[in-house]
Design a protein around this ligand. Structure first.
Ligand SMILES: *Cc1c(COP(=O)(O)O)cnc(C)c1O
Ligand code: SF4
Length: 432
């Protein structure tokens, strides 16, 4: 790993069609290459030269956590699914036949978890396209040009959208409708620009959105959040690319306008915070007045050890990043490969939480983003001498439910809320 890069390299993307040109692949065993070709047909695959040159430890593949973060691995598909695709490729089946099977497999991988499509709001009786409004305070905005990423995470819950990207065009009138919707909904204090990765956009496109929001001067709108993994996947975006200064000037403009720019960085592993490039990018972003907060899921094979979280949170605090959410891996895609029992995620979380200073304990977790809301696992306790899991809602469609603890029957194996049963003498969860 060369961590001494001084100037921005040219961005180079690799996918199924060209990954074998990556120099490190000249000497890999066939099993590694087959796995990419087969699993990469079902789940989206894209990587770039920063991740290859500066993040992955090539002496330890395929187990290296940063390799696992982006490269398809044999075990990310079940034996049955893997065999089905492998068979078709071996017998050189037609693309139509392969695509049919791939689509059938995708349908079995719960492509739309947590009812994400139920949240599109209405304005004058018509849907406001490109946004979701689930929690009163925060409007999610999915700009058409922000719906891809600098690389794809193997565990991503938005994976279906990368497998068939919509060619929707940017339209200013759409932004105006969104702003009108915000204006008539005084509960909205935050707009969260998300994707994909909002920082895939250049300063011209991002500028149209941000300037429109600034110029609208909506009194109740306070915060612009930008959801991104660019710090880890392409930090040069903020350093010395031709567009970098324009991007940073936009951030500065948001903050000077009186709005708060919250840079929501998706982080999974302490190594992501070690390169010169990421350190420079963090300093430059913070100098604009933006605050960087971190969030990311806990994943088997990537970060299921408390020491890693201690290191991650401590490093974040030192670099001026505020730990925000630790999520539970969603029940989609390669969930069988990444998921951990809820009770175990809680153990890992608290082993780490106990070993950081109060400045890091702004972190909340482990949290499941479910259809009714964000559910945090508080711990294992007893109710009338029976072992139960205690949970609490941090966010809910129905506000009254926020902050009310509730019980589930103890279950050592459950990895998601739908595998839990109500506990503490109740027959229903409060959100049911
Ligand atoms: C997580 C989330 C938010 C933001 O919630 P905060 O707790 O305010 O960070 C907003 N909308 C949706 C749909 C979410 O999942
Ligand atoms: S950066 Fe975010 S949206 Fe993009 S693949 Fe990773 S998790 Fe998914």
């Amino acid at each position: 790993m060369d961590k001494r890069s001084k100037i921005t390299p040219k961005y180079k993307a690799y996918n199924l069609s060209n990954f074998q040109n990556i120099p490190m692949f000249k000497s890999q065993p066939k099993s590694i290459i087959d796995a990419i070709n087969i699993v990469g047909r079902v789940l989206p695959f894209k990587v770039n030269n920063y991740i290859i040159d500066e993040l992955i430890d090539w002496s330890n593949i395929p187990d290296d956590p940063l390799y696992t973060l982006v490269f398809p691995r044999r075990l990310m598909l079940t034996d049955k699914h893997y065999a089905a695709v492998e068979k078709l490729i071996k017998k050189k089946a037609s693309e139509t036949e392969i695509n049919f099977t791939i689509n059938e497999i995708r349908k079995e991988l719960n492509p739309h978890p947590s009812g994400q499509h139920d949240n599109v709001p209405l304005l004058n009786g018509k849907p406001v396209s490109g946004v979701q409004h689930k929690y009163a305070e925060t409007l999610l905005f999915f700009p058409a040009r922000g719906q891809s990423c600098h690389a794809y995470c193997t565990f991503c819950f938005r994976w279906p959208q990368f497998t068939k990207m919509e060619g929707e065009k940017f339209s200013r009138s759409r932004v105006d409708r969104i702003l009108e919707y915000i204006r008539i909904n005084p509960s909205i204090t935050d707009i969260l620009i998300t994707g994909g990765d909002a920082m895939i956009m250049n300063s011209t496109v991002l500028g149209i959105y941000l300037n429109a929001i600034i110029d609208a001067k909506i009194p109740h709108l306070q915060n612009i959040r930008i959801g991104t993994k660019a710090l880890s996947y392409w930090p040069y975006k903020f350093i010395d690319e031709p567009d970098s200064d324009h991007i940073l000037r936009l951030f500065e403009k948001v903050n000077k306008s009186g709005l708060h720019l919250a840079f929501m960085a998706h982080l999974n592993h302490p190594r992501e915070l070690k390169t010169d490039a990421v350190r420079k990018a963090i300093i430059r972003i913070r100098n604009t007045g933006a605050i960087i907060r971190s969030q990311g899921p806990i994943l088997r094979h990537i970060n299921d050890r408390p020491e890693l979280w201690v290191e991650m949170w401590k490093t974040q605090i030192k670099l001026g990043i505020i730990p925000y959410y630790m999520f539970v891996a969603r029940d989609t895609g390669a969930h069988h490969f990444f998921s951990l029992p809820l009770v175990k995620t809680h153990k890992i979380f608290y082993k780490a939480y106990r070993n950081i200073s109060g400045l890091g304990r702004s972190i909340r977790g482990p949290v499941m983003s479910t259809n009714p809301g964000k559910i945090q696992i508080l711990g294992v306790t007893k109710f009338k001498s029976k072992k139960v899991i205690e949970l609490i809602m941090l966010q809910a469609r129905n506000k009254d439910m926020v902050g009310k603890p509730f019980f589930a029957k103890y279950n050592k194996k459950a990895t998601w809320i739908d595998e839990l049963e109500p506990g503490g003498g109740k027959t229903k969860f409060p959100f049911e």
